[in-house]
Design a protein around this ligand. Structure first.
Ligand SMILES: [Zn+2]
Length: 152
C-alpha cells in the first residue's frame, strides 16, 4: 500500500506533514488520538488544502473532516463540566495517594504482585514505563500537573 503525504495543520496553526495510506487511515488514526502536532503536541489536527486542492475543485471529502475538527473545538458545556469534575476527582485522589516519587514503577509492580500493601500510589514514571505497566495489567493514569502542561 503506497503512502501519501498529507498536509496537516493543528488547532494552533502549526503546519506539518504526515504520511498515511489513505484519507480513511488518517481519519482513523486521528480519531484514536495517534496524530499529534510535532510543535505543540495538539491532537486536534485538520488537513490543510494543498496547492493542487486550491487550483482544482474542492474534494467533497474535505468538508466533513473540517466540520468534524470544528465540532471538536466546540465541546458542549455539560461535557466539559463533567470532564472537569472528573479531573478534579482524579487530582483529589492523586493528592491523597502515597507519593513514592521515582520508585513508582517498582512499587506499582510490588503492589500488583501482592508484595506490598494494596493502596493508591502516585509518583514519577516515563510514558514508556507507564506503557509497560499497563501491558502488565497495572492501572496507570497520567495526571497533568497543570492544565497548560502537555503530556509526553
Ligand atoms: Zn501545533
Amino acid at each position: 500500500m503506497a503512502n501519501k503525504i498529507f498536509d496537516l495543520c493543528c488547532e494552533n496553526g502549526h503546519a506539518f506533514e504526515g504520511w498515511f495510506s489513505s484519507v480513511e487511515d488518517f481519519e482513523e488514526q486521528g480519531a484514536r488520538g495517534l496524530v499529534s502536532c510535532p510543535v505543540c503536541g495538539s491532537r486536534r489536527i485538520v488537513r490543510r488544502p494543498s496547492a493542487s486542492h486550491i487550483s482544482s475543485r474542492r474534494e467533497p471529502r474535505e468538508s466533513p473532516e473540517i466540520l468534524q475538527a470544528e465540532a471538536m473545538k466546540e465541546v458542549p458545556e455539560e461535557v466539559r463540566e463533567r470532564f472537569e469534575a472528573l479531573m478534579a476527582k482524579v487530582r483529589d485522589a492523586a493528592g491523597r495517594a502515597e507519593d513514592v516519587g521515582a520508585d513508582f514503577a517498582h512499587e506499582a509492580r510490588r503492589i500488583h504482585a501482592g508484595l506490598a500493601p494494596e493502596r493508591n500510589i502516585r509518583g514519577l514514571c516515563t510514558p514508556g514505563e507507564a506503557e509497560k505497566l499497563r501491558e502488565e495489567g497495572i492501572n496507570v493514569l497520567p495526571v497533568p500537573e497543570s492544565a497548560g502542561k502537555t503530556l509526553n
